[in-house]
Write a protein that binds this ligand. Sequence first.
Ligand code: 13P
Ligand code: SF4
Length: 375
Amino acid sequence: MTVMHSNGDIPHATDVPNCTADLSIEDVKQELYNRHHPSLTFLDIEAHAKTIHKIRTLKQKHNVVMLGHNYMEPLVFGLSAKEEQGDSLGLSMYAANTEAPYLIFNGVPFMAETAKILNPSKTVLVADKTAGCSLADNFGAEDVRELKSLYPGAPVMIYINSYADAKAESDICCTSANAAHIAKTMPGDTLIFVPDIFFAQNLEEELRGEKNIVYPGKDNMARGAVCEVHEKFTLDDLISIRESFEIPKGHAHRKLYAHWECRPDVLKEADFYGSTSQIMKDIAERVAENELERAFVASECELTSNLAQEFPEVQFWTACSVRCSHMARVNLNKITNILEAIDQKADISEFEITLSPEIIDKARAPIERMLEASA
Ligand code: 13P
Ligand code: SF4
């Protein structure tokens, strides 16, 4: 793992406003310079300002909602207004309630599928329909059915990082922001959790004595999956990060964060774990209290890039080799292609998420149960 230092000695970032009326390319450049982003050089700004201007103009012209997952690289992330940015749970909630005709989801296709299921009358588009996810790609409806036959009567809670056909076979969905809470609302002593094996082990630990969590590979031969990004962090990595960056365990102002998808021993070593937005919220609260000077986040590295922009008073380190190649397929040029196709009334099928009405109906129930249980 390559670990980079990001120095936070810069002023506060300026949020990109959603209103672009009469915005010139020079205005866009100025906004980008005003961000003072540690990894945004003048070369990036000069090279991309024209494209960003075009995207923002077309976004406004066609009343497009542009959802941005916290793992998007800063220039893509900044295309989304603050309320359009977030973790899987926040973005699903936003997608369910939007009235806009077009929804571009800057994330991976399983996320866009969730948006389509919750709001099927809208046109939901993604920059790259071929982008995958090691969790969703390696677990399907047949795998859910196999586990159900092994534990008859036990409800199935499926992580949102899965495709619609697998969700359609499950009782309830969850995200990393609400898994423990949702699990406790489920009937019975035993709960099947799929497909993420590390997440399941972390949940098992968290709910020890309250719920018996069963999952692929636990006393069975069923197939499960892990996140190929978060599995890169090992306990040894975390211990050496603590030593090299002087973030001792329990330090009042220096914190080590981890995402739920990390290995159980990595989660135990962290000072805080949660979803991407929960990590951001904890950092924001500590910054507001003037209580955070240094942090490392064991998650996808662009999350740290976005944090470094938002909280320049904190020194962040990031492992730049820990990138999600699937999330990284979303880029400014592909987003421009979608918007140009909309503008020219051209064929958008290359970008559009489509699901059969039957799958939408079956997959909506577990997602809506999750949203009700998290309200
Ligand atoms: P959250 O933003 O919901 O924490 O999800 C992280 C993730 O890995 C999505 O692929
Ligand atoms: Fe999937 Fe992991 Fe990438 Fe998230 S970070 S999209 S879980 S591979």
